[in-house]
Unconditional design. Structure first.
Length: 320
């Protein structure tokens, strides 16, 4: 006998509450079968063939206090619960199955609330074989040799041990956190030309062996789009001529985007033309931002006052 959906949700809530008292760094062992039943919802995406997949429906920071080392992640989709989930679902789901899935997705969206990522496995000891994920087994993205590639979207894996993986094994990594995972980026030459890496955090990875042009961190054809490289020691070559060659007449717009990327703090702890960008904490970045706002307000008020004084002075002469 298995718990129904309502029973699973009740137990999920109960466990998450009880884990609040578990000290950080300690992990509770639960029955493998029950744990997998709680972690995933199994979806029938083709009623004719009865084919199924699993989605990581239950996640959060509390999972770092549960031992996930024995859990099987075979046939788990790491994209369906994300912002690109609807598009992926249309590739596989029948009409009726798609309606059922979208109802579940709406329920999930309500539970997500203001969380940055759709799925949170941060700092867990999950052992995931992405070559056995749903997208790698049945997906529509292939490498140049015709091998299906896994993808990740909307997942926080910060602190999970991926030291045995290379980023080139994926077709898409979107809106996710791979910070402090140890995942390798051995060579940009190995990238699938169709690969997309967008809105991904690589914080605290060692990318000191990688050198990349600044223009390749901006734009739709870039290997990395709007990514975070804090404390990664990534080597970046900035040359205005590269932007002109890459973007033509619009190069100034892309230089502006590059400047915004630097100002955002996403490249703190990287090297630009051999110079280390100072590594600042989020608190320091926010304090610096506030100071700049105060400086700007003072500058603005000084300008306003000076203009008012000029006008007032000239008004006196007009009256005379």
């Amino acid at each position: 006998m298995k718990l129904n959906k309502e029973g699973r949700d009740e137990l999920r809530t109960k466990i998450a509450l009880e884990l609040q008292d578990v000290p950080s760094g300690q992990r509770i062992h639960l029955d493998k079968g029950l744990l997998e039943e709680l972690l995933f919802e199994t979806i029938v995406y083709n009623k004719e063939t009865r084919e199924t997949l699993k989605i990581p429906f239950w996640s959060g920071e509390f999972l770092s206090k549960i031992d996930l080392s024995e859990v099987s992640f075979d046939n788990v989709s790491w994209s369906l619960l994300s912002r690109m989930g609807h598009g992926v679902a249309r590739e596989f789901f029948g009409y009726e199955e798609l309606i059922d899935f979208e109802m579940l997705l709406n329920e999930f969206e309500k539970k997500k609330g203001k969380e940055q990522y759709y799925v949170n496995y941060s700092n867990t000891n999950a052992s995931i074989d992405f070559s056995r994920s749903f997208e790698a087994l049945y997906g529509v993205y292939y490498d140049i040799y015709g091998v299906r590639l896994p993808l990740i979207s909307g997942v926080n894996f910060y602190g999970v041990d991926f030291s045995n993986l290379d980023i080139s094994m994926f077709s898409i990594v979107d809106d996710s956190n791979l910070g402090n995972t140890g995942i390798r980026v051995t060579s940009l030459d190995k990238f699938n030309p169709e690969m997309v890496i967008e809105n991904v955090s690589f914080e605290n990875l060692d990318l000191s062996s990688i050198t990349i042009n600044a223009s390749h961190l901006i734009g739709r054809k870039a290997p990395f789009i709007s990514c975070v490289f804090i404390n990664s020691k990534l080597n970046i070559i900035y040359d205005c001529e590269d932007f002109k060659l890459e973007f033509g007449e619009k190069y100034r717009d892309y230089i502006s985007l590059w400047t915004d990327l630097v100002k955002s703090g996403s490249l703190n702890g990287c090297y630009i033309n051999g110079k280390l960008i100072e590594l600042k904490s989020k608190e320091e970045i926010e304090k610096s931002r506030q100071m700049k706002l105060i400086e700007y307000e003072k500058y603005k008020q000084d300008i306003f006052l000076a203009v008012s004084q000029v006008i007032d002075k000239q008004k006196k002469y007009v009256k005379k």
